[in-house]
Design a binder for this molecule. Structure first.
Ligand code: ZN
Length: 323
C-alpha cells in the first residue's frame, strides 16, 4: 500500500468514534517507534513533519524513512506537513510526495487566512493523487518549533466562523483552539490547580466550542493540536536521572479520549514523544555511565517511545484494529 491521504481515514474515524494519532517525527528511531507500535496495534497512523524537522533532517530523508515504514508495516500511513507557514512550503511538500499538508494562516486576519488556505487547497486538490489540506482557525498558546504564542495571547475558535471558512476554502479538515496548547509547559501554574501529589491540573478543554463547531459542520473532521498529556511517569524518570522539568503539564488523556469519540479525528502528539525519548536516554546513561554506543541509549529511547505510542493508540485514540 502506498502512502495515503487523510480522506478515507478521517471518514472511518468520524463514524467509528475514534481519532488518528498524528505523531511528529524527525529521525529514524522515532519513525520506527511510532510505526512498530501502530503495527502491533493494527492502527492507521499519521506521521507529521514540522518546518523544524525539515531543517533538522532534510525533507528527502524524512520522506524515504516514512516510505520505508510503509514498506515495513503495510499500514495505511499519511505523510503530513505540520504547520505549513505559507503556500511555498506547502507546494514544496506536495511536489515532494507528501499526501497531506497543513496550511497554518491562523495568525492572519480571517479574510487573509481564507485566501491563503484556498490557494493551497486549489493546488493540493489538483495534484494527482489528491493531497488533503488541514487549516486552522483560532490560536493555541505555547511553543512548537517556529510557532510561538505567549500565554494570554491565545484565542478560542469562534464557532460562528467555521461554516463560512470551510465553504470558502474547501479545506479537508480544521484545527480548532479549545484550550489545548503547544509544548511541555502548556499552562502556567497559576492557571491550574494542584492535586494531592502537587501535580498541576490544567483548566478543562472547552467541549462547548467543539460541540457547537461539530453541529455547524456535521461529519467534518476536526483536529486538535498541542495534545500531549505530559505523562508524569516520564517527567519523573527524567527528573530522577539528572533532568530538571519543573511544572511541565499537559492535557489530561481522559479529555482527549472524550474528544476522539466526538468530531475530533486527528490528535497531534509531539512533546510526549520527546519526553519518552529523553526519559529512556537519561535512564540509560544514569545506569550505564560507561556506555558510548548510540544504539544502546537511543535504542532505549526508541523502546520508551514505542511503549508510549501503544498506550496512546489503545487508551487515548481508540484506533486499535482500524488499519
Ligand atoms: Zn500544532
Amino acid at each position: 500500500m502506498p502512502l495515503v491521504n487523510t480522506k478515507e481515514m478521517f471518514e472511518k474515524a468520524y463514524n467509528g468514534g475514534y481519532a488518528i494519532g498524528a505523531f511528529n517525527c524527525n529521525n529514524m528511531e522515532i519513525v520506527q517507534a511510532i510505526t512498530e507500535a501502530a503495527k502491533e496495534c493494527n492502527s492507521p497512523v499519521i506521521l507529521q513533519v514540522s518546518a523544524g524537522a525539515r531543517k533538522y533532517a532534510k525533507p528527502v530523508y524524512l520522506k524515504k524513512m516514512v516510505e520505508a515504514a510503509v514498506e515495513d508495516t503495510g499500514l495505511p500511513i499519511v505523510l503530513h506537513l505540520d504547520h505549513g507557514a505559507d503556500f511555498e512550503m506547502c507546494k514544496d511538500c506536495i511536489d515532494g510526495g507528501f499526501t497531506s499538508v497543513m496550511i497554518d494562516a491562523s495568525s492572519k486576519p480571517f479574510e487573509e487566512n481564507i485566501e491563503i488556505t484556498r490557494k493551497v487547497v486549489e493546488y493540493a486538490h489538483a495534484h494527482k493523487p489528491y493531497v488533503t489540506v488541514e487549516a486552522e482557525l483560532g490560536t493555541l498558546a505555547g511553543i512548537e518549533d517556529d510557532v510561538k504564542v505567549e500565554h494570554g495571547h491565545e484565542s478560542y475558535t469562534k464557532p460562528e466562523d467555521v461554516e463560512e471558512f470551510v465553504r470558502r476554502t474547501g479545506c479537508d479538515s480544521l484545527a480548532i483552539a479549545i484550550g489545548t496548547s503547544h509544548g511541555a509547559y502548556k499552562f502556567k501554574p497559576e492557571q491550574c490547580t494542584r492535586d494531592e501529589n502537587g501535580v498541576l491540573c490544567p483548566p478543562p478543554l472547552r467541549f462547548d466550542i467543539l460541540e457547537e463547531v461539530s453541529k455547524r459542520l456535521p461529519g467534518f473532521p476536526i483536529v486538535l493540536h498541542g495534545s500531549s498529556s505530559v505523562n508524569q511517569e516520564y517527567v519523573k524518570i527524567i527528573n530522577e536521572n539528572g533532568g530538571d522539568l519543573k511544572d511541565a503539564v499537559g492535557v489530561p488523556e481522559k479529555q482527549l479520549r472524550q474528544a476522539a469519540k466526538l468530531a475530533v479525528c486527528k490528535i497531534n502528539i509531539d512533546s510526549d514523544l520527546r519526553l519518552a525519548m529523553t526519559a529512556g536516554i537519561r535512564e540509560h546513561f544514569n545506569a550505564h555511565p560507561e556506555h558510548f554506543d548510540p544504539r544502546q541509549y537511543v535504542g532505549d529511547g526508541r523502546k520508551y517511545v514505542k511503549e508510549l505510542v501503544k498506550h496512546k493508540i489503545t487508551e487515548v485514540l481508540g484506533s486499535v484494529d482500524k488499519a
